[in-house]
Write a protein that binds this ligand. Structure first.
Ligand SMILES: [Zn+2]
Length: 306
């Protein structure tokens, strides 16, 4: 079963983008607007505007606004903010966005202070995080699987292809910027994911079992002497479905429990399980045709009956 991505949404026109930029500036009663200010109250992502016009500066000038000297916003008085207040705010935002390593972009969206002021205070963004006792580590070396696992999880929770803006905490453990870093763009990440999910699963065989040849086959041994070796090797699929199988089965079942219809998209408390239609212990294999999506309740209910 192959699947494809939905087409990217029709691009917003440049006029629409500029109109919104002007709107936000006038709502703030300002002649200029910083990325941080726009990220907080704008309709589009600052990234979209930057990409469309080449830079934030260009977007600003297109909108007829004056260029701000401090691109990330914030006032000069920030040099007099007590260290503790900044550290506390870094910790607050870190908890809020719930990602492994707080990025400048995420802080800019939710933080009280300007990221440039914070970086200046301690010399760098990472040093500031270190001072606040936050994780400095990056996710650069995470394997594809970790990215795909998270993406599959977000997809499953939404019951559909995630949109750029949805790939953020708390729904996603990895921020969309991590995907952009690794795959060049969000679209690139989606395409890599689809390619991975559509590639041959080659059901992993991990268990081999030797079985006595049934007596009825004795006649066969005269015809095929190689069967005289009295044992044959029975290959079995892995008991646990892999990421590809889990995703494809849930997708086939529209990310809903096949018994009661519960889905995380309509009720975030719902947890979906992958269930063997014929139990693995009874010879059922871990292949898409023998797997189905059940919610936790239905799955456990079933276990109680048998
Ligand atoms: Zn159910």
């Amino acid at each position: 079963m192959k699947f494809t991505l939905t087409e990217p949404k029709k691009q917003f026109s440049s006029d629409e983008l500029i109109k919104d930029l002007k709107k936000v500036a006038s709502s703030l009663n300002q002649q200029s607007i910083s990325i941080r200010e726009y990220a907080k109250s704008g309709k589009y992502s600052p990234q979209t505007l930057k990409k469309r016009f080449g830079s934030w500066k260009n977007a600003i000038s297109k909108a007829g606004l004056s260029e701000s000297k401090r691109l990330w916003g914030g006032s000069l008085s920030e040099t007099s903010i007590p260290e503790k207040s900044i550290k506390d705010d870094l910790i607050r935002v870190s908890k809020l966005v719930n990602i492994q390593s707080l990025t400048l972009g995420e802080y800019a969206k939710h933080g009280k202070y300007s990221t440039s002021a914070i970086s200046k205070r301690w010399g760098s963004w990472n040093k500031a995080k270190e001072k606040a006792g936050l994780n400095v580590g990056r996710l650069y070396n995470t394997s594809n699987e970790a990215y795909f696992l998270n993406l599959a999880d977000v997809w499953q929770k939404l019951g559909r292809q995630p949109k750029y803006r949805e790939v953020t905490a708390p729904l996603s453990k990895l921020h969309v910027s991590s995907y952009e870093r690794k795959y060049g763009s969000w679209r690139g990440a989606l395409e890599a994911f689809v390619e991975y999910m559509n590639s041959e699963t080659g059901e992993v065989v991990t268990e081999q079992k030797e079985e006595e040849l049934p007596l009825s086959s004795k006649d066969e041994i005269f015809k095929k002497p190689e069967l005289a070796i009295s044992k044959v090797v029975i290959k079995r699929t892995n008991r646990i479905a892999n990421l590809r199988q889990r995703f494809m089965v849930m997708k086939k079942d529209k990310f809903k429990c096949v018994k009661c219809g519960a889905s995380p998209a309509s009720n975030p408390k719902v947890v979906l399980h992958i269930d063997h239609i014929i139990a693995w212990s009874k010879g059922g294999e871990t292949v898409e045709s023998n797997l189905q999506t059940l919610c936790q309740d239905c799955n456990l209910g079933k276990s109680n009956v048998i």
